[in-house]
Design a protein around this ligand. Structure first.
Ligand SMILES: [Zn+2]
Length: 283
């Protein structure tokens, strides 16, 4: 479910999330006040189909509290999983996959959009249950392999620990792979983290882009970069997706123009720049 909230409601939601989270009380959770409404994907989606061959199987209300949105793509009997959520949520995500009538053993590849706790901590739990190859961009390997745990953001989202792993396939922009006959193009979209990357697929003429975190929390601790983010936003718009799925919300054709305008305005106004000075932004 995607709901447009008034500014006051979005502040309340942010405060509620702040209360429940483990964010350091010295940090500030910043919500834009420059727009009459903001779109927040309220995290209570039930698992199910969201567009052509694409299913949401994980997310805050769907699996565990801090899970990102986890997507499963049906490629004619073989599957691509986009992100893995947290280790705490992994059993629920697996259960959601079974409830939809799919078999976890048929997951061929797991693409991790970036090395944050809410996207990547669950990988090791999936590795125990299926033989899927795990793919990630080279610039986020130091986060997931345990070399730089601060880059996973577990200090904010988890308990300070992280289930590290070694990816099977390390990629750069322009890499592509297939799951059955579906071609999957890797699109490097840095800014939130140095390695944040998306996957572009086309199903029945519909361009579907999974982008990871774009307007996510930014911090020097995970090497966020505002000018890289600005370039990534324009790259997304130039790709002209018909369906745009991020780590914390997804947008269909009728919402895309609004969403893209908001992204550009926020970067141009340097609203997100505030987060680089140890503040945090919810988007
Ligand atoms: Zn993130």
């Amino acid at each position: 479910m995607k709901t447009k909230l008034s500014h006051d409601m979005s502040i309340k939601l942010a405060n509620d999330l702040f209360e429940k989270s483990k964010i350091n009380s010295n940090d500030t959770l910043y919500i834009s006040s420059g727009y009459k409404t903001i779109t927040i994907s309220v995290p209570y989606n039930a698992p199910g189909k969201i567009t052509e061959n694409v299913f949401q199987v994980g997310g805050a209300g769907c699996s565990a509290g801090f899970d990102c949105f986890v997507y499963l793509i049906d490629c004619a009997g073989k599957f691509l999983l986009i992100d893995a959520g947290t280790n705490i949520g992994a059993d629920k995500i697996k259960n959601n996959i079974s409830q939809l009538g799919f078999n976890i053993n048929d997951i061929d590849k797991i693409f991790i959009t970036h090395g944050h706790y809410d996207h990547a901590d669950g990988v090791s739990a999936f590795k125990k249950s299926c033989k899927a190859e795990v793919i990630i961009h080279e610039k986020d390997i130091d986060a997931v392999s345990g070399k730089n745990i601060e880059k996973t953001a577990t200090q904010y989202l988890g308990d300070g620990s992280f289930h590290d792993f070694h990816p099977d396939i390390i990629v750069n922009d322009g890499y592509n792979f297939k799951v059955n006959n579906l071609k999957c193009d890797v699109v490097h979209l840095p800014g939130h983290t140095p390695g944040n990357s998306g996957i572009l697929i086309e199903i029945n003429g519909k361009k579907i882009l999974f982008a990871g975190d774009i307007l996510g929390w930014m911090s020097e601790k995970w090497q966020s970069n505002l000018s890289e983010l600005e370039k990534s936003i324009h790259k997304i718009i130039n790709l002209k997706p018909d369906f745009y799925a991020t780590g914390h919300g997804w947008y269909e054709e009728e919402d895309l123009e609004y969403q893209f305008k908001r992204m550009v305005a926020m970067v141009e106004d340097k609203v997100v720049n505030l987060v680089l000075t140890k503040k945090h932004k919810l988007f």
